[in-house]
Design a protein around this ligand. Structure first.
Ligand SMILES: [Zn+2]
Length: 402
């Protein structure tokens, strides 16, 4: 309890309040998040918004980010902030002895690590604790990225269409921003379709009627196809997506959020911490090892599929928070994506998928002042994203190591 009080008291000191006086940022280059590079650009922030973008240095800078590249705060479309390793060095599960307060402190720690790593917005597909986390961060009580959440995901494939529709309406009433659905098994269990076409149609059509987006966990081509034809908005993972399903997603303007390395490597590197819990067993780890080259090859086919909107989500779990950008490094170095496209996927395209493209994900007048600065030039060397020196969210500076 004492540490919770300390955290809540100390946290606001980490952030400098948005001044009414404009803040002027000057950097070696500004990436607008939509593929443009402004050499030697200057960005002015008034309150919580960007008020001006200049193509050159204009007067004295409040923050002279020399040697750095300024870009929009990154967006991770798939992060599980509530997943952590307990003090016994094991993946936390209910019943391991941790109290809800201890779990929430670990979650707050993950949120802080994620923000410091340059991610100013995350989408969480599935945990009821997100509701308070979202609110406390939004109030500025604790430092963290903006949280968009599905609250509890929908995975029960024994329910009829009417019951599923009722759950969608209940999630909306509970405050969910998005509906998360499991249409296929985990990669550790083979990834085959688990919900019927009819069940998927019920969920995605009801969500649409309620004005909510849908994001669907789907690995097999069949489960992706069924989800796309059911009118769902975004597909997660898709390790076994074939060319036909990649094209189908493009034709239906469905966003695709695949992963190529971080999630798999994180599990394999932390095997002892997960081993023996649920499907984290011999067969499960073998399946993830096998998924690595498949996912990488699939990703390369995905980014070469005309019209397919490939966004950025890491599926960050315990062990991966704060290392989210490693997935971008893999996408560029192992799967052949251009650095500028990788950055766009984690900024303006990610914002568009969240239907927040008019608020976040790009540097332009009127946008939220969510910006980060990294050492070096990430358009030439993607590993620059590992060197986040400056973080601003909503006009508040949360990190300044320049
Ligand atoms: Zn996930």
């Amino acid at each position: 309890m004492r540490s919770l009080v300390l955290l809540l008291v100390a946290a606001p000191l980490l952030a400098q309040s948005p001044a009414m006086k404009p803040i002027v940022l000057h950097a070696d280059r500004v990436l607008d998040g939509k593929g443009h590079v402004i050499a030697g650009g200057t960005v002015t922030v008034t309150g919580d918004k960007i008020s001006k973008v200049d193509k050159a240095a204009t007067g004295a800078a409040t923050y002279d980010l020399k040697g750095l590249t300024l870009l929009p705060g990154m967006i991770d479309a798939h992060s599980h902030l509530t997943w952590y390793f307990n003090r016994q060095g094991r993946y936390h599960t209910n019943g391991d002895g941790d109290t809800p307060i201890q779990s929430m402190l670990s979650t707050a720690g993950n949120a802080y690590a994620t923000l410091m790593a340059g991610f100013t917005t995350i989408q969480s597909p599935g945990s009821p604790e997100d509701k308070d986390l979202r609110e406390w961060i939004a109030l500025g009580q604790i430092p963290g990225p903006r949280v968009i959440t599905s609250l509890n995901p929908l995975s029960n494939n024994r329910l009829g269409p009417d019951s599923l529709r009722a759950i969608v309406r209940r999630r909306k009433a509970e405050g969910a921003d998005v509906i998360k659905i499991f249409a296929s098994a985990s990669i550790r269990d083979g990834g085959a379709q688990t919900m019927t076409d009819e069940q998927l149609q019920a969920i995605c059509s009801e969500a649409k009627a309620q004005g909510l987006r849908t994001m669907v966990h789907a690995h097999s081509s069949e489960s992706i196809k069924a989800s796309v034809l059911a009118g769902c908005d975004q597909i997660e993972h898709g390790v076994f997506a074939n060319d036909e399903t990649l094209k189908l997603m493009a034709d239906h303007h469905v966003y695709f959020d695949p992963q190529v390395c971080l999630v798999f490597r994180n599990y394999l590197d932390n095997r002892a911490k997960y081993d023996g819990i649920g499907n984290y067993n011999e067969a499960g780890f073998a399946a993830m090892e096998k998924a690595l080259p498949l996912a990488s090859a699939m990703f390369t086919r995905a980014i070469h599929t005309p019209g397919l909107k490939v966004i950025f989500g890491t599926d960050a779990v315990a062990g991966a928070h704060g290392r989210n950008a490693e997935e971008l490094v893999c996408r560029v170095q192992a799967s052949g994506q251009s650095p500028i496209d990788a950055i766009t996927s984690a900024t303006s395209l990610g914002a568009e998928a969240l239907r927040m493209g008019d608020q976040i994900g790009s540097i332009a007048p009127g946008m939220q002042a969510d910006m980060i600065a990294v050492q070096g030039d990430p358009t030439k060397d993607i590993t620059a994203l590992r060197r986040v020196m400056f973080v601003m969210k909503g006009g508040k500076v949360y990190k300044n190591e320049k």
